[in-house]
Design a protein around this ligand. Structure first.
Ligand SMILES: [Ca+2]
Length: 216
């Protein structure tokens, strides 16, 4: 028990900022769009904490698109279509040459067809990700790896389709970290730590992992 307590104290700050991944430092601010609190949705022309939007930022609370239309990550998510397609951006301090793991969750707004999002990161080719149209909001995890080329890198998410103003591009849990490979092995820790962790934060981490492996 003594070893366990010491280890928890040593890495406690890392765990708090890890967004569910032990040992990985989260670099995105407000990546889960939980701030500010909205009910049931709200548009912010000048952006929100962490994010600016070329056409504003729209935050929605669970249920705003109908009963059961929810994110599994907190109570809020964002929609890249505000009154039209918007590009959400966040500038992050980075180390040139350092590799970064990126991930986010994307769901199509039901009834709008496949929703495609382009993700850009300073100095890297952009990548596109598509979530199929489904009757119920279904967040799926997408990942990429970027290498920083500057001390400041801008991460941007742009809605590619749909292009009409009807809405689309539901995003949540946007994450960027310097962790590489599996989060569970990113930082070597004593077995006793993991045993203890399962009783504390393991519920969060395992829940996150299961959804990541089997979206839907
Ligand atoms: Ca969220």
């Amino acid at each position: 028990m003594k070893v366990y307590a010491v280890v928890v104290g040593a890495v406690g700050s890392l765990l708090i900022s890890a967004n569910g991944f032990a040992g990985v430092t989260e670099l995105v601010t407000n990546g889960s769009f939980e701030s500010p609190v909205v009910n049931p949705f709200q548009q912010f022309p000048s952006g929100i904490s962490g994010w600016t939007g070329s056409a504003g930022v729209e935050v929605q609370a669970n249920g705003s698109l109908g009963a059961g239309q929810n994110t599994p990550f907190g109570n809020q998510y964002a929609e890249l279509a505000v009154e039209g397609p918007s590009t959400y951006s966040q500038t992050i301090a980075t180390v040139p040459g350092q590799q970064y793991d990126f991930s986010f969750y994307l769901a199509a707004r039901p009834g709008t067809g496949p929703n495609t999002v382009s993700v850009a990161f300073t100095g890297n080719p952009s990548a596109t990700f598509t979530a199929a149209d489904t009757p119920t909001v279904n967040f799926q995890r997408f990942t990429d790896t970027f290498t920083a080329t500057a001390a400041q890198s801008t991460l941007s998410l742009s809605l590619v389709t749909p292009t009409s103003g009807g809405g689309g591009g539901l995003v949540d849990n946007v994450s960027l970290s310097t962790g590489s490979g599996s989060p569970a092995t990113a930082v070597p820790l004593p077995a006793a730590f993991w045993t203890g962790l399962s009783g504390l934060l393991g519920i969060v981490a395992v829940g996150f992992g299961r959804r990541a492996l089997s979206p839907g």
